[in-house]
Ligand binder design. Structure first.
Ligand SMILES: Nc1ncnc2c1ncn2[C@@H]1O[C@H](COP(=O)(O)OP(=O)(O)OP(=O)(O)O)[C@@H](O)[C@H]1O
Ligand SMILES: CC(=O)N[C@H]1[C@@H]2OC[C@@H](O2)[C@@H](O)[C@@H]1O[C@H](C)C(=O)O
Length: 363
Protein backbone atom coordinates (compact mmCIF):
# COMPACT_ATOMS: atom_id res chain seq x y z
CA UNK A 1 0.00 0.00 0.00
CA UNK A 2 1.32 3.47 -0.90
CA UNK A 3 2.00 5.84 1.97
CA UNK A 4 2.56 9.56 2.02
CA UNK A 5 1.47 12.64 0.15
CA UNK A 6 0.21 13.48 -3.28
CA UNK A 7 1.40 11.52 -6.30
CA UNK A 8 1.06 11.90 -10.06
CA UNK A 9 -1.65 9.61 -11.40
CA UNK A 10 -2.86 9.00 -14.93
CA UNK A 11 -6.44 7.93 -15.60
CA UNK A 12 -7.97 6.46 -18.76
CA UNK A 13 -11.62 5.96 -19.59
CA UNK A 14 -13.43 4.59 -22.61
CA UNK A 15 -17.07 5.44 -22.02
CA UNK A 16 -20.39 3.99 -23.04
CA UNK A 17 -20.92 6.44 -25.91
CA UNK A 18 -18.06 4.68 -27.75
CA UNK A 19 -16.48 7.88 -29.04
CA UNK A 20 -12.91 7.24 -27.91
CA UNK A 21 -10.47 7.05 -24.99
CA UNK A 22 -9.84 10.01 -22.66
CA UNK A 23 -6.68 10.21 -20.57
CA UNK A 24 -5.73 12.74 -17.93
CA UNK A 25 -3.13 13.36 -15.24
CA UNK A 26 -3.91 14.53 -11.74
CA UNK A 27 -1.84 15.12 -8.63
CA UNK A 28 -3.67 13.83 -5.58
CA UNK A 29 -3.23 11.95 -2.34
CA UNK A 30 -6.54 10.20 -3.00
CA UNK A 31 -8.44 12.63 -0.80
CA UNK A 32 -7.43 16.14 -1.83
CA UNK A 33 -6.88 17.16 -5.43
CA UNK A 34 -3.67 19.17 -5.58
CA UNK A 35 -3.77 19.97 -9.31
CA UNK A 36 -4.86 18.73 -12.71
CA UNK A 37 -2.36 18.00 -15.48
CA UNK A 38 -1.95 17.04 -19.10
CA UNK A 39 -4.83 15.43 -21.04
CA UNK A 40 -5.17 13.55 -24.32
CA UNK A 41 -7.85 11.87 -26.41
CA UNK A 42 -7.84 9.13 -29.02
CA UNK A 43 -11.01 8.68 -31.02
CA UNK A 44 -12.10 5.34 -32.44
CA UNK A 45 -12.19 4.92 -36.20
CA UNK A 46 -15.56 3.94 -37.70
CA UNK A 47 -14.30 0.37 -38.13
CA UNK A 48 -13.11 0.18 -34.52
CA UNK A 49 -16.39 1.61 -33.27
CA UNK A 50 -18.43 -0.95 -35.16
CA UNK A 51 -16.32 -3.77 -33.70
CA UNK A 52 -16.94 -2.36 -30.22
CA UNK A 53 -20.66 -1.97 -30.94
CA UNK A 54 -20.86 -5.60 -32.06
CA UNK A 55 -19.54 -6.70 -28.67
CA UNK A 56 -21.95 -4.63 -26.54
CA UNK A 57 -24.03 -6.79 -24.25
CA UNK A 58 -21.76 -9.82 -24.71
CA UNK A 59 -19.85 -11.43 -21.86
CA UNK A 60 -17.41 -13.57 -23.87
CA UNK A 61 -16.71 -14.96 -27.32
CA UNK A 62 -14.98 -13.77 -30.49
CA UNK A 63 -16.69 -10.35 -30.58
CA UNK A 64 -15.44 -9.65 -27.06
CA UNK A 65 -11.91 -10.75 -28.00
CA UNK A 66 -11.89 -8.49 -31.06
CA UNK A 67 -13.15 -5.55 -28.99
CA UNK A 68 -10.53 -6.23 -26.32
CA UNK A 69 -7.74 -6.01 -28.92
CA UNK A 70 -9.03 -2.58 -29.96
CA UNK A 71 -9.27 -1.34 -26.39
CA UNK A 72 -5.74 -2.48 -25.60
CA UNK A 73 -4.25 -0.95 -28.74
CA UNK A 74 -6.10 2.35 -28.30
CA UNK A 75 -4.93 2.66 -24.69
CA UNK A 76 -1.35 1.76 -25.57
CA UNK A 77 -1.37 4.36 -28.37
CA UNK A 78 -2.61 7.03 -26.02
CA UNK A 79 -0.91 6.25 -22.72
CA UNK A 80 2.65 5.83 -24.05
CA UNK A 81 2.57 9.60 -24.67
CA UNK A 82 2.49 10.27 -20.90
CA UNK A 83 5.84 10.10 -19.16
CA UNK A 84 5.56 10.96 -15.45
CA UNK A 85 2.74 8.80 -14.12
CA UNK A 86 3.49 6.98 -10.86
CA UNK A 87 0.27 5.01 -11.12
CA UNK A 88 -2.40 4.45 -13.78
CA UNK A 89 -6.14 4.02 -13.28
CA UNK A 90 -7.47 1.99 -16.22
CA UNK A 91 -11.25 1.73 -16.47
CA UNK A 92 -11.44 -0.24 -19.72
CA UNK A 93 -14.64 -0.49 -21.77
CA UNK A 94 -17.90 -1.62 -20.25
CA UNK A 95 -19.54 -4.16 -22.55
CA UNK A 96 -22.18 -5.49 -20.20
CA UNK A 97 -23.52 -4.44 -16.84
CA UNK A 98 -26.00 -6.55 -14.90
CA UNK A 99 -25.22 -6.07 -11.20
CA UNK A 100 -28.15 -8.19 -10.06
CA UNK A 101 -27.42 -10.99 -12.49
CA UNK A 102 -24.21 -11.93 -14.22
CA UNK A 103 -22.06 -9.05 -12.98
CA UNK A 104 -20.27 -6.28 -14.80
CA UNK A 105 -17.70 -6.53 -17.59
CA UNK A 106 -15.02 -3.96 -18.39
CA UNK A 107 -12.73 -5.32 -21.06
CA UNK A 108 -8.99 -4.69 -21.20
CA UNK A 109 -6.07 -6.34 -19.42
CA UNK A 110 -4.57 -4.07 -16.75
CA UNK A 111 -1.75 -6.50 -16.00
CA UNK A 112 -0.58 -6.44 -19.63
CA UNK A 113 -0.83 -2.65 -19.63
CA UNK A 114 1.29 -2.42 -16.46
CA UNK A 115 4.01 -4.46 -18.13
CA UNK A 116 3.85 -2.60 -21.43
CA UNK A 117 3.92 0.84 -19.76
CA UNK A 118 6.25 -0.16 -16.91
CA UNK A 119 3.92 1.48 -14.37
CA UNK A 120 1.54 0.04 -11.74
CA UNK A 121 -2.01 -0.16 -13.06
CA UNK A 122 -5.23 -0.23 -11.00
CA UNK A 123 -8.10 -1.79 -12.95
CA UNK A 124 -11.29 -3.84 -12.71
CA UNK A 125 -12.77 -1.17 -10.44
CA UNK A 126 -16.36 -2.41 -10.47
CA UNK A 127 -16.34 -6.19 -9.92
CA UNK A 128 -15.65 -6.17 -6.19
CA UNK A 129 -18.52 -3.77 -5.48
CA UNK A 130 -20.92 -5.92 -7.53
CA UNK A 131 -19.74 -9.11 -5.82
CA UNK A 132 -20.50 -7.50 -2.47
CA UNK A 133 -24.05 -6.67 -3.58
CA UNK A 134 -23.49 -3.13 -4.89
CA UNK A 135 -24.44 -1.64 -8.25
CA UNK A 136 -20.78 -1.31 -9.31
CA UNK A 137 -21.65 2.14 -10.66
CA UNK A 138 -21.45 5.07 -10.61
CA UNK A 139 -17.89 5.27 -9.26
CA UNK A 140 -17.04 8.89 -10.03
CA UNK A 141 -18.90 10.21 -6.91
CA UNK A 142 -15.95 9.84 -4.49
CA UNK A 143 -13.97 11.94 -6.97
CA UNK A 144 -16.87 14.40 -7.32
CA UNK A 145 -16.66 14.95 -3.57
CA UNK A 146 -12.97 15.91 -3.96
CA UNK A 147 -13.94 18.20 -6.87
CA UNK A 148 -16.53 19.97 -4.71
CA UNK A 149 -13.79 20.68 -2.17
CA UNK A 150 -11.37 21.71 -4.93
CA UNK A 151 -13.78 24.33 -6.25
CA UNK A 152 -14.44 25.43 -2.65
CA UNK A 153 -18.18 24.80 -2.87
CA UNK A 154 -20.03 25.65 0.33
CA UNK A 155 -23.60 24.56 -0.50
CA UNK A 156 -24.94 21.21 -1.73
CA UNK A 157 -24.52 20.86 -5.48
CA UNK A 158 -24.83 18.21 -8.18
CA UNK A 159 -22.44 16.91 -10.78
CA UNK A 160 -24.38 15.61 -13.77
CA UNK A 161 -22.46 13.47 -16.25
CA UNK A 162 -24.08 13.19 -19.66
CA UNK A 163 -22.22 10.40 -21.40
CA UNK A 164 -23.84 7.43 -23.12
CA UNK A 165 -25.77 6.96 -19.90
CA UNK A 166 -26.46 9.85 -17.51
CA UNK A 167 -25.40 9.83 -13.88
CA UNK A 168 -25.75 12.36 -11.12
CA UNK A 169 -23.93 12.93 -7.85
CA UNK A 170 -25.43 15.11 -5.13
CA UNK A 171 -22.66 16.35 -2.83
CA UNK A 172 -22.73 18.09 0.53
CA UNK A 173 -19.32 19.78 0.60
CA UNK A 174 -19.69 20.66 4.27
CA UNK A 175 -19.05 17.02 5.19
CA UNK A 176 -15.50 15.97 6.04
CA UNK A 177 -15.17 13.06 3.59
CA UNK A 178 -17.05 11.17 0.87
CA UNK A 179 -17.65 8.14 3.07
CA UNK A 180 -19.36 10.19 5.80
CA UNK A 181 -23.15 9.65 6.04
CA UNK A 182 -25.02 12.36 4.15
CA UNK A 183 -22.03 13.46 2.06
CA UNK A 184 -23.15 11.89 -1.23
CA UNK A 185 -26.06 10.45 -3.12
CA UNK A 186 -25.42 9.09 -6.59
CA UNK A 187 -27.14 7.08 -9.29
CA UNK A 188 -27.63 6.72 -13.03
CA UNK A 189 -30.44 9.01 -14.18
CA UNK A 190 -31.25 7.16 -17.41
CA UNK A 191 -30.21 7.00 -21.03
CA UNK A 192 -28.33 10.12 -22.17
CA UNK A 193 -26.41 10.28 -25.47
CA UNK A 194 -26.46 6.57 -26.30
CA UNK A 195 -29.96 6.49 -27.85
CA UNK A 196 -29.28 9.72 -29.77
CA UNK A 197 -26.03 8.26 -31.10
CA UNK A 198 -27.74 4.97 -31.99
CA UNK A 199 -30.44 6.85 -33.87
CA UNK A 200 -27.89 8.92 -35.79
CA UNK A 201 -25.92 5.79 -36.64
CA UNK A 202 -28.98 3.92 -37.82
CA UNK A 203 -30.63 6.68 -39.85
CA UNK A 204 -27.61 8.67 -41.12
CA UNK A 205 -24.48 6.56 -40.50
CA UNK A 206 -23.23 9.41 -38.28
CA UNK A 207 -21.91 9.01 -34.72
CA UNK A 208 -23.92 11.78 -33.00
CA UNK A 209 -26.29 14.74 -33.40
CA UNK A 210 -23.70 17.53 -33.53
CA UNK A 211 -24.82 20.54 -31.46
CA UNK A 212 -28.33 19.07 -31.42
CA UNK A 213 -28.83 20.30 -34.98
CA UNK A 214 -31.34 17.58 -35.82
CA UNK A 215 -33.20 17.68 -32.49
CA UNK A 216 -33.51 21.46 -32.73
CA UNK A 217 -35.86 21.12 -35.71
CA UNK A 218 -38.10 18.54 -34.03
CA UNK A 219 -40.80 18.25 -31.39
CA UNK A 220 -40.67 15.92 -28.40
CA UNK A 221 -43.29 13.16 -28.70
CA UNK A 222 -44.65 13.32 -25.16
CA UNK A 223 -46.43 9.96 -25.47
CA UNK A 224 -43.17 8.17 -26.26
CA UNK A 225 -41.37 10.05 -23.50
CA UNK A 226 -43.98 9.15 -20.91
CA UNK A 227 -44.01 5.54 -22.02
CA UNK A 228 -40.29 5.23 -21.37
CA UNK A 229 -40.45 7.09 -18.07
CA UNK A 230 -43.11 4.61 -16.94
CA UNK A 231 -40.39 1.95 -16.83
CA UNK A 232 -39.93 0.79 -13.20
CA UNK A 233 -36.30 1.94 -13.21
CA UNK A 234 -37.30 5.58 -12.99
CA UNK A 235 -39.43 5.04 -9.86
CA UNK A 236 -36.74 3.03 -8.08
CA UNK A 237 -35.15 4.67 -5.05
CA UNK A 238 -31.39 5.18 -5.58
CA UNK A 239 -28.65 4.02 -5.56
CA UNK A 240 -29.25 2.36 -8.94
CA UNK A 241 -27.33 1.90 -12.17
CA UNK A 242 -28.08 1.10 -15.78
CA UNK A 243 -26.63 -0.91 -18.59
CA UNK A 244 -26.07 1.13 -21.77
CA UNK A 245 -28.65 -0.99 -23.55
CA UNK A 246 -31.06 -1.36 -20.62
CA UNK A 247 -34.04 -0.33 -22.76
CA UNK A 248 -33.56 -2.32 -25.97
CA UNK A 249 -36.96 -1.29 -27.35
CA UNK A 250 -36.25 2.44 -27.22
CA UNK A 251 -35.74 2.62 -30.98
CA UNK A 252 -39.26 1.25 -31.48
CA UNK A 253 -40.65 4.21 -29.54
CA UNK A 254 -39.53 6.59 -32.28
CA UNK A 255 -39.85 4.25 -35.28
CA UNK A 256 -42.81 6.17 -36.74
CA UNK A 257 -41.38 9.62 -36.01
CA UNK A 258 -39.54 11.92 -38.42
CA UNK A 259 -35.76 12.13 -37.95
CA UNK A 260 -36.10 15.52 -36.24
CA UNK A 261 -38.88 14.43 -33.88
CA UNK A 262 -37.06 11.19 -33.05
CA UNK A 263 -33.88 13.11 -32.15
CA UNK A 264 -35.87 15.67 -30.15
CA UNK A 265 -37.69 12.87 -28.31
CA UNK A 266 -34.49 11.07 -27.28
CA UNK A 267 -32.97 14.39 -26.21
CA UNK A 268 -36.13 15.17 -24.23
CA UNK A 269 -36.05 11.74 -22.59
CA UNK A 270 -32.51 12.39 -21.35
CA UNK A 271 -33.54 15.72 -19.80
CA UNK A 272 -36.80 14.37 -18.35
CA UNK A 273 -34.99 11.43 -16.75
CA UNK A 274 -32.58 13.85 -15.07
CA UNK A 275 -35.49 15.98 -13.83
CA UNK A 276 -37.16 12.88 -12.44
CA UNK A 277 -33.92 11.85 -10.73
CA UNK A 278 -33.53 15.25 -9.07
CA UNK A 279 -36.56 14.43 -6.93
CA UNK A 280 -34.31 12.11 -4.93
CA UNK A 281 -31.85 14.83 -3.83
CA UNK A 282 -31.88 15.08 -0.01
CA UNK A 283 -31.75 18.90 -0.22
CA UNK A 284 -32.28 20.79 -3.50
CA UNK A 285 -28.82 21.59 -4.91
CA UNK A 286 -27.68 25.20 -5.35
CA UNK A 287 -26.53 24.35 -8.90
CA UNK A 288 -26.06 21.49 -11.32
CA UNK A 289 -22.61 21.31 -12.91
CA UNK A 290 -22.74 19.38 -16.16
CA UNK A 291 -19.89 17.23 -17.39
CA UNK A 292 -19.57 14.75 -20.27
CA UNK A 293 -20.24 15.20 -23.96
CA UNK A 294 -23.91 16.06 -23.55
CA UNK A 295 -23.01 19.51 -22.24
CA UNK A 296 -21.84 20.35 -25.79
CA UNK A 297 -25.41 19.84 -27.00
CA UNK A 298 -27.19 23.20 -26.63
CA UNK A 299 -30.64 21.69 -27.24
CA UNK A 300 -30.14 19.25 -24.38
CA UNK A 301 -28.74 21.99 -22.12
CA UNK A 302 -31.74 24.19 -22.88
CA UNK A 303 -34.16 21.37 -22.07
CA UNK A 304 -32.36 20.83 -18.75
CA UNK A 305 -32.46 24.53 -17.92
CA UNK A 306 -36.22 24.50 -18.45
CA UNK A 307 -36.82 21.27 -16.50
CA UNK A 308 -34.65 21.85 -13.39
CA UNK A 309 -35.31 24.27 -10.55
CA UNK A 310 -31.76 25.54 -10.15
CA UNK A 311 -28.99 26.97 -12.34
CA UNK A 312 -27.50 24.43 -14.79
CA UNK A 313 -24.05 25.10 -16.21
CA UNK A 314 -21.08 23.26 -17.72
CA UNK A 315 -18.31 22.40 -15.23
CA UNK A 316 -16.02 24.77 -17.12
CA UNK A 317 -17.78 27.58 -15.27
CA UNK A 318 -16.02 26.43 -12.10
CA UNK A 319 -12.70 25.74 -13.83
CA UNK A 320 -13.05 21.96 -14.37
CA UNK A 321 -12.65 20.11 -17.68
CA UNK A 322 -15.91 18.38 -18.60
CA UNK A 323 -14.33 16.27 -21.32
CA UNK A 324 -11.80 14.79 -18.90
CA UNK A 325 -13.57 14.49 -15.57
CA UNK A 326 -14.09 10.73 -15.87
CA UNK A 327 -10.47 10.05 -16.83
CA UNK A 328 -9.42 12.23 -13.90
CA UNK A 329 -11.86 10.30 -11.70
CA UNK A 330 -10.18 6.97 -12.44
CA UNK A 331 -6.74 8.49 -11.80
CA UNK A 332 -7.99 9.72 -8.42
CA UNK A 333 -9.68 6.38 -7.66
CA UNK A 334 -6.46 4.52 -8.54
CA UNK A 335 -4.66 6.47 -5.83
CA UNK A 336 -7.49 5.73 -3.40
CA UNK A 337 -7.21 1.99 -4.14
CA UNK A 338 -3.43 2.08 -3.72
CA UNK A 339 -3.84 3.86 -0.38
CA UNK A 340 -6.51 1.45 0.86
CA UNK A 341 -9.25 4.10 0.80
CA UNK A 342 -12.83 3.25 -0.19
CA UNK A 343 -14.12 4.03 -3.68
CA UNK A 344 -17.83 3.32 -3.13
CA UNK A 345 -20.32 2.88 -0.33
CA UNK A 346 -24.00 2.66 0.56
CA UNK A 347 -24.86 6.11 -0.82
CA UNK A 348 -23.17 5.68 -4.20
CA UNK A 349 -23.55 2.07 -5.31
CA UNK A 350 -25.82 0.76 -2.56
CA UNK A 351 -23.15 -1.66 -1.36
CA UNK A 352 -23.67 -2.39 2.34
CA UNK A 353 -20.20 -1.45 3.57
CA UNK A 354 -17.44 0.73 2.18
CA UNK A 355 -15.55 -0.89 -0.70
CA UNK A 356 -12.16 -0.14 -2.21
CA UNK A 357 -12.65 -1.85 -5.56
CA UNK A 358 -9.86 -2.44 -8.03
CA UNK A 359 -7.02 -4.79 -8.72
CA UNK A 360 -3.42 -3.54 -8.63
CA UNK A 361 -1.03 -4.98 -11.22
CA UNK A 362 2.66 -4.15 -11.07
CA UNK A 363 5.05 -4.31 -14.05
N1 LIG B 1 -21.02 19.06 -29.98
C1 LIG B 1 -21.80 18.06 -29.57
N2 LIG B 1 -23.11 18.06 -29.85
C2 LIG B 1 -23.93 17.06 -29.45
N3 LIG B 1 -23.51 15.98 -28.76
C3 LIG B 1 -22.21 15.93 -28.43
C4 LIG B 1 -21.29 16.94 -28.81
N4 LIG B 1 -20.06 16.59 -28.35
C5 LIG B 1 -20.22 15.40 -27.72
N5 LIG B 1 -21.51 15.00 -27.77
C6 LIG B 1 -22.09 13.75 -27.25
O1 LIG B 1 -21.33 13.28 -26.17
C7 LIG B 1 -20.90 11.94 -26.40
C8 LIG B 1 -19.58 11.72 -25.72
O2 LIG B 1 -19.77 11.93 -24.36
P1 LIG B 1 -18.76 11.37 -23.28
O3 LIG B 1 -17.40 11.37 -23.84
O4 LIG B 1 -19.03 12.10 -22.03
O5 LIG B 1 -19.31 9.90 -23.15
P2 LIG B 1 -18.66 8.63 -22.50
O6 LIG B 1 -17.58 9.04 -21.56
O7 LIG B 1 -18.34 7.71 -23.59
O8 LIG B 1 -19.90 8.02 -21.74
P3 LIG B 1 -20.16 7.52 -20.23
O9 LIG B 1 -20.01 8.70 -19.32
O10 LIG B 1 -21.57 7.05 -20.31
O11 LIG B 1 -19.21 6.43 -19.96
C9 LIG B 1 -20.83 11.83 -27.90
O12 LIG B 1 -20.94 10.48 -28.32
C10 LIG B 1 -22.05 12.65 -28.32
O13 LIG B 1 -23.22 11.89 -28.21
C1 LIG C 1 -21.19 0.16 -15.81
C2 LIG C 1 -20.63 1.43 -16.34
O1 LIG C 1 -19.61 1.45 -17.00
N1 LIG C 1 -21.31 2.54 -16.07
C3 LIG C 1 -20.89 3.86 -16.52
C4 LIG C 1 -21.89 4.37 -17.54
O2 LIG C 1 -21.52 5.67 -18.00
C5 LIG C 1 -22.16 6.65 -17.18
C6 LIG C 1 -22.88 5.82 -16.16
O3 LIG C 1 -23.12 4.61 -16.88
C7 LIG C 1 -21.99 5.48 -14.93
O4 LIG C 1 -22.72 4.63 -14.09
C8 LIG C 1 -20.72 4.73 -15.32
O5 LIG C 1 -19.61 5.55 -15.55
C9 LIG C 1 -19.15 6.56 -14.69
C10 LIG C 1 -17.81 6.98 -15.12
C11 LIG C 1 -19.09 6.20 -13.21
O6 LIG C 1 -18.89 5.03 -12.87
O7 LIG C 1 -19.17 7.12 -12.41
Amino acid sequence: MLKGGAITALGAMSGTSLDGVDAAMIITDGSRIESFGETAYRSYSDAERSTLRAALGKWDGPEVDAATDIIMQAHLDLLTGFKDAQIIGFHGQTLAHDPRGRGTLQIGDGAALATALNTPVVWDFRTCDVQLGGEGAPLAPYFHFACAKYIKATEPLCFLNLGGVGNITWVDPAKSGPEVAGALLAFDTGPANAPINDLMQRRFGKPYDKNGALARGGTVAMGALELLLDEPYFARIPPKSLDRNAFPDMMDLVAELSDEDAAATFTGICAAAVARGMEHCPIPPARVLVTGGGRHNPVLMQMLAVSLDCPVMPVEEVGLDGDMLEAQAFAHLAVRVARGLPTSGPSTTGVRALVGGGEISRP
